[in-house]
Each structure stands twice: as C-alpha cells, then as structure tokens.
Design a protein around this ligand. Structure first.
Ligand code: 3HC
Length: 294
C-alpha cells in the first residue's frame, strides 16, 4: 500500500544525516535523528541550528517556520525511537557490514509497515535488503551533499523493492522539494558511476604531472561550468568516501578503468581526507570542517 509519510527517522548525525534531518524537519515532517555517539549527535544538532540560523539571517526562512521545524526534531542515541516512524533513512559510515547490522536492527524495531531507506552512495540495496525480513520495503535514497541545497534525489530500487515502496518514496522526495532520478541497483548507481571516474581521472592527471591542482580544477570549473573543480569536490565529499566508492566500482564491475589512483590511496593512508580533516588535496586553514556551514 502507498503510505502517507508523517514521521521520518534518520540514523547517523554526520554531514549527510544532519542535513537530511534538517531538510525533513523544515519540510514539515516529524523527525527523530539517532546516533549511538552522543558527541556526534550534539555536533549534528549544532550543525542543524547553525544552518537554520544562517537561513533566517539571509531571509530564506521565517523564525516561526524555523522554530516549528526545530520543535518537530528530536534526537536520541537509541534505535528504539524508530518504533513509530514511517520511513527510516540510514546515513552512517559507508561500510557494508556495519550497514547490514544496522538494517537488521532496524528491521526489529521499526513497525512492520515502515520503509527502510539507505543513503548509501554505492553499496548494493539488494544486499542490505537481504539483512531484513522486509526486502520489498528496502530502498535507496541517495541524497547529494549538502542535502538541504542540492536539488537531486537518486532513488535506487533493489531487486526486490516493491512498487508501493517506490511510489511512497517518490512522493516523499517531492514533498522534500527534490527532483527524482531512478537507478537500478548496480555499483555506483547513476551519479557516482559517472562522477567518481572523473574525480579519479583528475587525481591521475595530478599524479602524472599533467598540470597543477589549481589548473585541473580551474579547467573543469571554467571549461565545463562545474561549481567546484573535481579535486576541490573530492575534498568536499571526503577522499575516504571517494576511495571507498571507487573500490565498489572496481570490485563490482571488474574493469581496470575504475582502479583508484595511487595518489588518492596515498592521501587517504596519510589521513588527508579533505575538508573535514583540514587537509586533503588542498589545505584548509582554521578549524577542520566539512563545509563552509559546519
Ligand atoms: N546547509 C545548508 N545550506 C547550505 C549548505 C549547507 N551545508 N552549504 C551551502 N548552503 C547554501 C548557502 O546558504 C547558499 O544559499 P543561497 O545561495 O540561497 O544564499 C548556497 O548554498 C550557496 O552557498 P555559498 O554561497 O556559501 O557557497 P557556494 O556558492 O560556494 O556553494 C555549494 C556551495 C552549494 C556547496 C556549491 O559549491 C556546489 O554546488 N558545489 C558542488 C556540490 C556537489 O557537487 N555536491 C554533490 C557531490 S556528490 C554527492 O554528494 C554524492 C555522494 O555520494 C558522494
């Protein structure tokens, strides 16, 4: 049955989880954001507050709408809080085993009609669904970073995702103000299947001395009208995340064209993970941060 969604759960309070929770609360939904790490939860809530206050100061959100949104949002360290949610969106670390464990736990605590969605950037929805007793109600909701700003939602249908679950999530996406694209469940889906080889190629261009990082980025920004160059964007996404997606593409599609550039691997090994660590391809002065709003 197609469902009218009223309450949304979000697992994970990092950059993506807090951004999704903010978007859902501002869009009129009751939201519960859960993170097992209390400090991470506090930081996620702070991110939401500062992002919402910035929107108020810019005149994009009225104070009363913002206050209502914050009242509809609650936080917890326990997955039990999802007993009444209609849809739970998982946005935790990109690790298949950890995600499977969370899906198996969500399956036990969420009501039987609830849809379990993953914000995974590349892991198989079909395999996550197999960790539950409701594979028809498991689906991919791949938000782009930052979720409150980017217009796109990539919906991924697992091998067993039901038509009702798909239609429900498509309706939800429209209520969140997103334009939907639909991907079948193959490695990297649509966006990362195309984006990550471009980022990887930019690393190869840097690695083999074709050009400086600045010229590679300026080339793509001014030459193809991208808002960020590929190396700058990799820092924004997180070099560890880019590497893990490339490994999924390489393993899943078995083609050497997806082989991660040694320079990318070396940066990740060295802890140069991008903006969130204050250093990646570029150095970011001041406090480590994930983007200019956090
Ligand atoms: N939360 C809320 N709002 C935010 C925000 C955040 N985290 N970050 C930026 N914004 C808003 C600002 O308030 C501003 O709004 P306004 O124009 O209405 O005033 C707008 O976004 C632009 O922000 P800024 O002026 O501060 O900065 P920029 O003009 O440099 O834009 C950017 C920042 C939106 C991040 C832009 O550089 C951009 O679009 N970059 C590309 C991002 C991108 O490609 N994301 C997708 C990555 S791929 C992905 O996520 C998939 C994953 O699986 C890897």
């Amino acid at each position: 049955m197609v469902m009218v969604v009223r309450e949304i759960g979000v697992v994970g309070s990092g950059q993506m989880g807090s951004g999704i929770a903010q978007l859902a609360a501002v869009s009129g939904f009751h939201v519960v954001m859960v993170d097992s790490d209390e400090n991470a939860l506090k930081k996620g809530l702070q991110n939401i507050h500062s992002s919402i206050h910035r929107a108020i100061n810019k005149g994009q959100l009225s104070k009363s709408v913002a206050d209502d949104a914050l009242q509809r949002l609650r936080c917890s360290t326990s997955l039990q809080e999802f007993h009444s949610t209609d849809v739970v969106i998982e946005a935790i670390v990109e690790n298949e085993n950890v995600k499977k464990q969370v899906f198996s736990e969500l399956d036990k605590v969420a009501k039987s009609s609830a849809i379990l969605a993953s914000n995974t950037s590349s892991i198989s929805i079909t395999r996550l669904a197999a960790a539950t007793s409701r594979p028809g109600q498991v689906i991919g909701m791949h938000f782009m970073n930052p979720p409150p700003v980017m217009k796109l939602l990539e919906i991924v249908r697992g091998a067993q995702t039901s038509e009702d679950a798909f239609v429900t999530i498509k309706g939800l996406a429209h209520r969140l103000g997103k334009t939907v694209i639909c991907s079948q469940d193959y490695p990297g889906f649509i966006v990362n299947r195309i984006l990550m080889p471009m980022i990887n190629e930019a690393f190869y261009a840097l690695y083999t001395g074709v050009a400086t990082k600045e010229d590679i980025d300026t080339g793509m920004k001014l030459g193809t009208n991208h808002p960020m160059g590929p190396l700058e964007l990799a820092d924004f996404i997180g070099l560890d995340i880019c590497l893990s997606i490339l490994k999924v593409l390489h393993d899943g599609l078995g083609d050497s064209k997806y082989c991660p550039c040694p320079l990318l691997v070396q940066y990740v090994d060295a802890g140069r993970l991008g903006r969130k660590r204050g250093i990646g391809v570029y150095s970011y002065s001041g406090t480590p941060k994930s983007n200019s709003h956090l």
